[in-house]
Design a protein around this ligand. Structure first.
Ligand code: 5AD
Ligand code: FES
Length: 345
């Protein structure tokens, strides 16, 4: 294992079977340490913050794992007005965020015209914009890009086509792939990622996910543990082992793609009180604090036990900065584009 790790650390390559054995290893200490060294060398000690605005909980899709799925009649649905979204972005800029992430379910109320108008207004504030609003046509992606969107997050969730189509009824694996390739082609910084611990998911398929991210290649990749939501068909599934496996996935991602942006995801902290800090020590270099205000936070319930539902944007900003400092890192004041650290060093 040591020699495989040494090669991964210096050459950033691993075969599928090497990844599987590292994902299954009993003592991941040296994997985590290697990922932390690579993180420091390629992206430094600065942590990029992205302000997350969850602007609509309506979704036309029906993913089996997600609390926002259309069939969940218990879900509380809300939709912010374009004016409210821009106002939250303005406040995010005031807290010092350089990037806002606009995230929602797939909500058809937000037509391409409405989205482009919101993007143009937010660009006037000098912010970098990341969209996370699901599958759209190439023309729509092109229009958002033209309006000023810089980055796009669309997790593949799993590269196991059969599993994907079982868990995401009404959706096709080919179309999701098409979206990712279109986004790349249109000049977005593309973020993808996986859910870890889905029922039926194997270590082999997780290895394929990592190799897919390397092949695309992605500019960012978010790994989140699957957390069963009580009002979904997967409510009875277990959460056992998902946290540790997600940390290993993040660490391996850092070894394979040394300079990309890797968030310490909020779902990690739902499963472990130090979840995001542990992720930052295992390869991650980004945190996405919530800047959504009021009751909307808890209504945007992808999974249960979401953190920070009672906190304000100001509280999260202060809290996360303190946590980052406590592990000897700092909040970067740069926009945090892919590769920026190496270029500016
Ligand atoms: N547990 C953890 N993450 C989830 N997501 C959706 N449902 C869940 C869940 N039950 C993630 C998906 C999606 C992102 C916005 O939220 O990976 O891409
Ligand atoms: Fe929200 Fe800590 S990040 S309270």
């Amino acid at each position: 294992m040591q020699s495989i790790l040494q090669r991964a650390e210096t050459q950033h390559t691993l075969t599928a079977s090497e990844i599987v054995s590292l994902l299954g290893c009993q003592d991941p200490f040296s994997l985590f340490a290697a990922a932390n060294r690579v993180r420091q060398k390629y992206v430094g000690d600065g942590v990029y913050l992205r302000g997350l605005i969850e602007f609509s909980s309506f979704c036309k899709n029906d993913c089996m794992y997600c609390g926002l799925r259309g069939s969940n009649t218990h879900a509380q649905r809300y939709r912010l007005s374009p004016g409210q979204i821009v106002e939250m972005a303005q406040k995010a800029a005031g807290y010092g965020y350089k990037t806002v992430v606009l995230q929602s379910g797939e909500d058809l109320w937000f037509t391409v015209e409405r989205m482009c108008e919101i993007i143009r207004e937010i660009k006037k504030l000098g912010l970098v914009i990341t969209l996370s609003i699901g599958e759209k046509t190439r023309e729509e992606y092109a229009a958002y890009r033209q309006a000023g969107a810089d980055r796009y997050l669309l997790r593949i969730e799993t590269t196991d086509k059969q599993l994907y189509e079982k868990l995401d009824p009404r959706m096709s694996f080919e179309n999701r792939m098409r979206c990712l390739y279109d986004l790349k082609d249109l000049g977005y910084e593309v973020g993808s990622g996986s859910l870890v611990g889905l029922p039926g998911q194997t270590l082999e398929s997780l290895a394929d996910d990592l190799l897919f991210f390397k092949q695309l290649p992605v500019d960012m990749a978010g790994i989140g543990p699957f957390i069963p939501h009580p009002h979904t068909p997967l409510s009875q599934e277990s959460v056992e082992g998902h946290f540790e496996l997600s940390l290993k996935m993040m660490a391996l991602m850092r070894l394979l793609l040394p300079d990309i942006n890797i968030p310490a995801t909020t779902a990690m902290e739902t499963l472990h009180p130090q979840g995001r800090l542990l992720a930052l020590k295992c390869g991650a270099n980004v945190v996405m604090p919530n800047v959504t205000e009021g009751d909307y936070r808890k209504q945007y319930e992808l999974y249960p036990g979401k953190i920070c539902t009672a906190e304000s944007p100001a509280q999260c900003r202060g809290c996360i900065q303190g946590k980052i400092k406590s592990i000897g890192r700092f909040v970067s004041n740069r926009p945090g584009f892919h590769g920026e650290y190496l270029k500016n060093r």
